[in-house]
Design a protein around this ligand. Structure first.
Ligand code: AGP
Length: 612
């Protein structure tokens, strides 16, 4: 997720673009850059790794005349392709420096696009997918930038928001979008493009959304929007009445609620188009040869908190599909037990921030023992990513709220993809099976959207039980890690005693906790073990528990024993954590808000625990 701004008007483009980027910095801060068409007709591009302050410093060292102009574009980056450095910072330009492009999203066919460009003599200087777009526009440009952009967009696979300028078109900024947000700010004698309204509501509150596969042409005196064939399309104009702080949260009261709703996009981006033209699943990030993968004897997954819980689901996926023994360890315990590691061990270190000290030390220990370490992180260039042998980047975009939601969701996706890749290379799943499981996984963003649309009863239930001081969570198989995750969410947001148990374990002690009215959340998605779960639910209900059951549409096996029933769509049981996790996120958030608590910044907690 990146921040994008485009401007054409009468003001200093640099001031407007930098002001907009400052409002969008929450969307990404690995690097930043601007392209300004100055008064002498040149395109000045300045870009720097790191936060916006680094770019400001570079601009102050630039000749003001080179930055004096009333047309410009800008970008704050959340890196997906290419490390966060100056070379990979946006804007990217073509061979001649006449075309400048900023981009949010992931182009799934960028490898073949780059190969084609290099074959045709273009020199690309970055590792990004975006740069290919600048060179493609260079090839297609024939005096009309909008036509060139439309032509290129018809060739792109994947998600994108593009904002483009050309040195020879002093009055035009062109934008295009697929799957990711782009909004138009409509001013008097000036117009704006941005990832969200935050960037321009200081100048205008009249806005219009750019819809799927549409191209917008921004001029001082007006805006035209077409489809990819160049045919004009109509769109709704709206007035923005948020204040700036609310706009950064896109109107949500808390970042956490916004990030919960961003989960379908985060899952879709993380899955990406990973089936190549030969029908094979691609996980090049693992950076292991097939021989090394086939020589693996064990997998160890390390993480903390939610990251640990996603690892527990990963165990099920890897063992089921790849038939490799998997041990999942709390990172802070891992190295102190002096684990048996060797070059035939794959250690997977899961960390959203990539800076968690416990996990970083586990990585260092594993490297010293010559294990192969794969980081799974949401933060490009983070310490854990840099110190691992390989990194799978989840593409969840910045997660501002302390409680992990879209991050843990995308970690689950990473676990499934690692499991399928290992199974494919080790021959335990043939191509058809891998593609079938990948298709099931690719359907989950829509299923998550479906679950999100059903959450009003969960919000009501949360407020109803918000007086509870103890809530238990039960699950079997992959439901157990999710029971732990549901308990953690409630614990960290509402400060109540919440515990997750394997459902079968309840009778070996924890059932003593049950008294009349004790709330117990039971994760009961369709599964072969559901009948066993029924027995567990009967046991606790007989002792007075209030059973809150999460069950699959149409599955009536547990529902007679549910005091409250939350329905989720059907999916393969191994993938059910992607759906069961959502009601528990909503339950915890609403429960805490009912208590008047700040769910973005829970007490005593930090987003990244960089101390042991
Ligand atoms: C989860 O909601 C918490 N924020 C916490 O458990 C978190 O998952 C843990 O601290 C690990 O953080 P990391 O993924 O950045 O390493």
């Amino acid at each position: 997720m990146c921040g994008i701004v485009g401007y054409v008007g009468e003001q200093s483009a640099l001031d407007v673009v930098m002001g907009g980027l400052a409002r969008l910095e929450y969307r990404g801060y690995d690097s930043a850059g601007v392209a300004i068409r100055n008064d002498s007709g040149d395109l000045t591009v300045v870009r720097r790794a790191g936060k916006l302050g680094n770019l400001r410093a570079a601009l102050e060292e630039t000749d003001p005349a080179e930055l004096s102009g009333t047309l410009g574009i800008g970008h704050t980056r959340w890196a997906t392709h290419g490390a966060p450095n100056d070379r990979n910072a946006h804007p990217h330009v073509d061979c001649t420096g006449a075309v400048a492009v900023v981009h949010n999203g992931t182009l799934e066919n960028f490898t073949e696009l780059r190969e084609g460009l290099e074959h045709r003599g273009h020199t690309l200087s970055s590792d990004t997918d975006t740069e290919a777009v600048a060179h493609l526009i260079e090839e297609r440009y024939d005096g009309d930038l909008a036509d060139a952009v439309r032509s290129v967009c018809r060739e792109l696979d994947g998600s994108f928001v593009l904002v483009v300028t050309h040195r020879d078109e002093p009055d035009v900024v062109v934008g295009a979008r697929r799957n990711l947000p782009l909004v138009i700010g409509l001013g008097e004698g000036e117009n704006f493009l941005a990832s969200d309204v935050t960037a321009f509501i200081a100048h205008t509150r009249e806005a219009r959304v750019v819809d799927q596969d549409q191209v917008v042409v921004l001029r001082r005196d007006g805006v035209t929007v077409t489809d990819l064939d160049g045919d004009p399309v109509r769109g709704e104009q709206f007035h923005v009445d948020w204040d700036t702080a609310a706009a950064e949260k896109a109107g949500y009261e808390y970042f956490m609620l916004k990030e919960i709703d961003e989960q379908p996009e985060a899952v879709r981006e993380t899955i990406g188009g990973r089936i190549d033209s030969h029908g094979r699943l691609r996980l090049d990030e693992l950076a292991m040869s097939d021989e090394d993968v086939q020589g693996l004897t064990q997998v160890i997954i390390v993480g903390c908190g939610s990251a640990y819980h996603s690892g527990l689901v990963g165990k099920h996926a890897i063992e089921r599909w790849a038939r490799l023994p998997v041990h999942v360890e709390i990172a802070s315990e891992f190295r102190y037990r002096d684990p048996v590691l060797d070059p035939h061990t794959l250690v997977v270190a899961i960390s959203q921030s990539g800076e968690t000290a416990d996990t970083l030390e586990a990585v260092r220990h594993a490297r010293r023992q010559r294990a192969w370490v794969l980081a799974v992180s949401n933060t490009v260039g983070s310490s854990i990513a840099r110190e691992s042998d390989a990194t799978f980047y989840t593409r969840g975009g910045p997660e501002i709220a302390v409680a992990s939601t879209k991050a843990v969701m995308t970690q689950l996706v990473a676990m499934y993809l690692v499991g399928l890749h290992l199974a494919q290379v080790r021959g335990y799943r043939d191509g058809d099976e891998v593609r079938s499981h990948f298709r099931d996984l690719s359907h989950t963003p829509d299923l998550v959207t479906e679950v999100l649309g059903r959450m009003d009863p969960v919000r009501k239930l949360a407020r109803e039980i918000a007086g509870q001081e103890r809530v238990l969570f039960l699950g079997r198989h992959v439901g157990y890690p999710m029971a732990l995750e549901g308990a953690l969410k409630l614990k960290e947001l509402a400060y109540v005693s919440a515990e997750g148990f394997p459902a079968g374990e309840i009778k070996h002690g924890p059932i003593a906790l049950i008294e009349k009215g004790t709330c117990v959340v039971v994760l009961a998605p369709r599964h072969a073990l559901t009948s066993k779960l029924v027995t567990n639910v009967q046991e606790i209900r007989a002792r007075g528990a209030r059973t809150i059951v999460i069950a699959t549409d149409g599955d009536e096996s547990v529902t007679p024993h549910a005091d409250d029933l939350i329905r989720i769509p059907d999916t393969k049981s191994l993938l059910s954590p992607l759906l069961t996790i959502v009601p528990m996120q909503i339950l915890a958030a609403e429960f805490a808000m009912a208590r008047g608590l700040d769910i973005d910044q829970p007490r005593n907690l930090a987003k990244s625990v960089t101390v042991e």
